[in-house]
Write a protein that binds this ligand. Structure first.
Ligand SMILES: *Cc1c(COP(=O)(O)O)cnc(C)c1O
Length: 356
């Protein structure tokens, strides 16, 4: 049998593996930071009804510029954003890909501070953009002085800051982001995939007057809509115009647009469980400390915890009890998604038993 490595595949891809967070059907899936609360019935009905109206029209291509959805997203984000400052794609992964396709490439240089989101280097590679990951400071924090010095030294064309950071949960101060923007002439992407879990952390209000700033968001996490694949961004109109050059025609299906529009009409219902999830996150931090472990501060819906002598052993023992968490490869750590109260009950009991 032929392996893909025997094919004339791009040389830089030959040694790669596909993205592979395990997708296992176990009772407690706390590994990819989804909102584990289901979609409320009133919203599922609204989505089904809206999809029903679109289905007979699927012989036609979807609205290529999806202005109605961009209007709804601008409205959701608030402030003075216009639909022309908003863009969407199939998950914020595709948003990041389009950003690197438009502003990256072989002559560009992209920079981030790790450990951070594992897809940044992958998306950089696929878009042929050189990528460098500098180390974060103690407890995965960043300061304005450090970030500014490193950006000046590296002179990148694109900087990606994940706020709060995945997989560590660390929030970044707005002073750091404002200083990073002023430190170079390139594109600053702030990935706010978890912003709804972090009161006051979003820097969307920094957009006016900052034409090179991009705020990336997603409906996959707090918004409980990971299955739909809807990521979006807010930026200057010029940035959005640049992305329209690289996107594939009709990239956002009519079904996706309809589902997202229906869900956005119920944004308060869709986000209703965010506070409950934050309570569970804080409860997990406290309980892990009580077990003598070292959880890091988190402003997201997950907790990275150190103190596991052999994380893979703990991971496997939890899995045997039906609990799937994530080994992100940072030594002695595991990452746990905060979900419902009963999920936390079970997780903490299982972990206690595992640690004996
Ligand atoms: C989950 C995640 C995303 C992307 O999610 P999509 O489902 O593609 O929108 C982006 N950035 C970070 C940091 C994430 O954790």
């Amino acid at each position: 049998m032929t392996s893909f490595r025997d094919l004339p595949i791009r040389r830089d891809l030959r040694e790669q593996e596909p993205y592979g967070a395990p997708q296992l059907s176990v009772p407690y899936q706390l590994n990819v930071n989804e909102n584990t609360f289901g979609i409320p019935e009133v919203v599922s009905e609204a989505i089904a009804s809206r999809l029903g109206k679109v289905v007979p029209l699927l012989n036609r291509y979807p609205d290529r510029e999806f202005m109605e959805l961009r209007g709804a997203l601008a409205n959701f984000l608030g402030g003075d954003l216009t639909p022309n400052q908003v863009w969407a794609a199939n998950g914020s992964n595709e948003i990041l890909m389009q950003i690197l396709q438009a502003f990256g490439g072989p002559d560009a240089r992209s920079l981030s501070f790790g450990p951070t989101y594992s897809m940044y280097p992958n998306i950089a590679r696929i878009s042929l953009t050189p990528y460098k990951e500098l180390k974060r400071l103690g407890d995965f924090t960043l300061t304005a002085d450090y970030v500014v010095d490193e950006i000046r030294r590296e002179n990148p064309s694109i900087v990606i800051l994940c706020n709060p950071n995945n997989p560590t949960g660390t929030p970044i101060g707005r002073d750091v982001i404002a200083a990073a923007y002023d430190a170079f002439d390139g594109i600053l992407v702030v990935d706010e995939a978890y912003a709804e879990f972090a009161d006051g952390l979003s820097v969307i209000d920094l957009l006016p007057g900052r034409e090179r700033l991009i705020i990336s968001r997603t409906m996959s996490k707090a918004f409980a809509f990971a299955g739909v694949r809807l990521g979006y961004l807010a930026a200057s109109e010029a940035v959005v115009d640049a992305l329209r050059i690289v996107r594939l025609p009709y990239h956002l299906s009519a079904l996706t647009q309809a589902a997202a529009l229906a869900a956005l009409e119920f944004s308060d219902v869709m986000l209703a469980n965010v506070d409950r999830i934050k309570v569970q996150r804080d409860r997990i931090v406290e309980a892990l400390e009580g077990m003598g472990l070292k959880p890091y501060e988190s402003a997201a819906n997950f907790v990275l915890c150190a103190g596991f002598p052999d994380p893979q052993v703990t991971f496997t023992r939890l899995l045997e009890q039906g609990v799937l968490i994530r080994n992100v490869g940072i030594p002695n750590t595991l990452r746990i998604t905060a979900g419902t109260e009963s999920e936390t009950d079970f997780l903490l009991a299982a972990l206690k038993q595992t640690l004996g």
